[in-house]
Design a protein around this ligand. Structure first.
Ligand code: AMP
Ligand code: GLY
Length: 422
């Protein structure tokens, strides 16, 4: 069958790599894609926000499965538009994507369904929010309600910081995303990402991973989209994973179904492993980036078959198998990231890195200029290695990073430190 994948990041290159390896996939299109996805299929210049154009392309090409990578088209209803036209799409409806698109929606669902999460209150004006944080004290967490491209969360260590965040959000610092603010209890523990596939009715575990959000070694500096990841996350033991399925994922599946907004797609649960057990920090309704780059190489099950099972509502008969190997991804970003970056710096040696044992180099913000690879964004490459242990995967990934000659970029040198210090 023909498959269409939407997106252009490192996540999409990893998905394209896995989709194109499926015997069920005869032809893969990626819209808009990047130079890495072009090695797995055909990039097409389609605008993801133009649902009519997506539907027209899918019908004209007789696409058997559309896989939607990023959150924005999901929240906008791209999956609804495709399904309404009779096209099979992997990804939640706009109504179900509220799990990521609206933090207050998720917090209320948790309260109704008894899902463990941080205590919270929501506010539509600064005065009441300020009164609340003064009463609760720091540390405390201030979040814009809407999608804010990763900038909508302030973990305030002091009352001053919390007050500044409230003033910034209600002052319009994040645009419409900050019109409503959620204030949360600060959760202490180790953070892990957990992924589960869902067909609206049943959910099955996919994999765990751990991201590294801060830009600097030792988890310092500003937040980023993610500087590296590994999978599995040993902190999420099999017992804890069962607890997460029982107490968090399955109650969410049931609650969404009861609301008339059944969830089809992948749950990406951000979890805090607290002393009282796993608690939900937030849901995303898509694969994580860079978590996806560390999960796809571990997948033994055919990805197309798994995503079709989710679309067709037959996950209860399905079972995802992983190779018994660890994977670790180091993100190489352009100098200046997550601030202003320069585009166009030349990148050499990617082929040398890719030729190394069990190494995959996924492209994110790259471009081709006169046939040569150049940087074209903040996060640029996701260098991934697999091995029997996280320690060995880390060694291989950094050996591959060191084979890449890119003076215009940098990476963290400590990806995996939490797992290795256990
Ligand atoms: P987000 O941008 O929503 O992924 O959140 C950014 C980060 O803020 C999360 O990955 C957590 O590390 C942190 N965070 C969010 N909520 C809480 C909380 N209630 N307690 C502690 N840390 C939190
Ligand atoms: N790595 C975090 C995210 O994809 O949101």
């Amino acid at each position: 069958m023909k498959v269409l994948l939407l997106g252009s990041g490192g996540r999409e290159h990893a998905l394209a790599w896995a989709l194109s390896g499926s015997p069920l996939c005869d032809r893969l299109f990626i819209a808009p894609g990047n130079p890495g996805t072009a090695l797995c299929g055909e990039n097409v210049a389609l605008d993801m926000d133009d649902h009519a154009a997506l539907v027209a392309f899918a019908l004209a090409e007789k696409i058997g499965l559309v896989v939607i990578g990023p959150e924005a088209p999901l929240v906008d209803g791209a999956a609804d538009a495709l399904r309404a036209a009779g096209v099979k799409a992997f990804g939640p409806s706009a109504a179900a994507a509220r799990l990521e698109g609206s933090k207050s929606f998720t917090k209320e669902l948790c309260a109704e369904a008894g899902i463990p999460t941080a205590a919270f209150a929501r506010f539509d004006n600064a005065e009441a929010a300020l009164r609340y944080v003064r009463e609760k004290g720091a540390p405390i967490v201030v979040k814009a309600d809407g999608l804010a491209a990763g900038k909508g969360v302030v973990v305030a260590q002091s009352l001053d910081e919390a007050q500044d965040a409230i003033a910034m959000m209600f002052g319009g610092g994040l645009g419409a995303a900050g019109a409503e603010v959620v204030i949360e209890e600060f959760l202490e523990g180790e953070e892990v990402s957990f992924f589960a596939l869902c067909d609206g009715d049943a959910a099955i575990p996919l994999a765990s991973a751990q991201d590294h959000k801060r830009v600097g070694d030792g988890d310092v500096g500003p937040n980023t989209g993610g500087m590296g990841a590994y999978s599995p996350a040993p902190a999420l033991t099999p017992d804890l994973q069962r607890q997460v399925m029982d107490e968090i994922i399955n109650p969410t599946v049931a609650a969404m179904k009861a609301k008339g907004a059944p969830f089809t797609g992948v749950f990406f649960a951000g979890l805090m492993l607290t002393r009282e057990g796993p608690k939900l920090i937030e849901y995303n309704v898509r694969f994580g980036d860079p978590e996806c780059e560390a999960i796809m190489p571990r997948l033994k099950t055919d990805l197309v078959a798994a995503l079709l099972a989710a679309c067709d509502g037959v996950l209860h008969d399905f079972d995802v198998r992983l190779w018994d190997r660890a994977a670790l991804t180091v993100v190489m970003a352009a100098n200046g990231y997550p601030g202003v970056v320069e585009k166009g710096s030349p990148i050499r040696g990617v082929e040398k890195a890719e030729a190394m044992d069990e190494v995959l180099v996924f492209h994110a913000g790259t471009a081709l200029k006169d046939g040569a690879l150049v940087a074209n964004g903040g996060r640029v490459l996701a260098v991934t290695a697999t091995a029997p242990t996280i320690a060995e995967a880390q060694r291989r990934a950094y050996a591959a990073v060191d084979a890449i000659d890119w003076p215009g970029g940098f990476c963290r040198r400590d990806i995996g430190w939490r797992a290795l210090s256990r």
